[in-house]
Write a protein that binds this ligand. Sequence first.
Ligand SMILES: C[S@@+](CC[C@H](N)C(=O)[O-])C[C@H]1O[C@@H](n2cnc3c(N)ncnc32)[C@H](O)[C@@H]1O
Length: 288
Amino acid sequence: MSILDKIDLKGQRRSKLSGKTFEQLREIIYRETGIYFQDNKRYLLESRVSRRLKALSIDTFEEYASSLQNGRRSREIGCLINAITINETSFFRHQSQFDVLVDHLVPALVKERGESATLRLWSAASSTGEEAYSLAILYVERLKPRFPKLRVEIVATDIDTNVLEEAKDGRYNGYATRNIPPAWLRKHFTPEGKHHRLNDDIRKMVRFKQVNLSDRTSMLRMRSFDIIFCANVLIYFDDESKKQVISSLYNSLATGGYLFVGFSESLYGVTQAFHAVRLDKTIAYQKV
Ligand SMILES: C[S@@+](CC[C@H](N)C(=O)[O-])C[C@H]1O[C@@H](n2cnc3c(N)ncnc32)[C@H](O)[C@@H]1O
């Protein structure tokens, strides 16, 4: 047990994140990810980074920040990113977006590209995979019966390597699966204690890889997508990184393709490049 553990058990904090070190860490995280910790998020950052101090048996945030500047930086930076990301997600999180996709967007794309088209779907910032697997289930349940020759390729990416491993594993708790219609849950999952494991046929439909949305070079490799979901991640970026990420996503879309962002997010004031298509209670941003 480290000194930190002993002190934690007594309910005391060994090290506090000073204003200066907060700014240093915030700058590193911003540079690497585009995520910007506002001043009022200092305690959130402190609690997230304290996990790394504990794992490395480092006593102070100052020591940790300076370790990021030296040789250990590149490996530790990945661990730091994994520690600070917020990974909240669930299956069919924004149901109306999926309905719009199935009822309007895919039929329009099929009409334009033909019944034997292959549509490329991307869950950008996929976290533990629920959004991407929701798309796979929708394809099997609602698209294939209507368009039997249609094919889909589903790619899911995240910056956080821990969540990508969990996504590949495909094991979910009741909170994650709560919005799945019971018949689909029975059909596509196998109960494992308190969890449900996704069956292989759906799991194999999604390809996971690490992509940092703020890394222009990696983003250049993500091309020709027909539908992109980039939901509930823009909120963590400042205006500048939001603009950069949205511009990369625009370039990643095929002409005529659509981008969805989270319900609390909007491209208002970020870009005018897209055509906002309003359907039911949902906005899809089209590259025209
Ligand atoms: C709140 S989750 C959203 C998951 C899913 N899109 C949804 O809406 O349910 C945000 C995800 O964005 C990822 N993320 C944060 N910054 C990122 C970046 N620069 N590049 C790629 N992913 C990032 C986090 O690791 C996290 O898994």
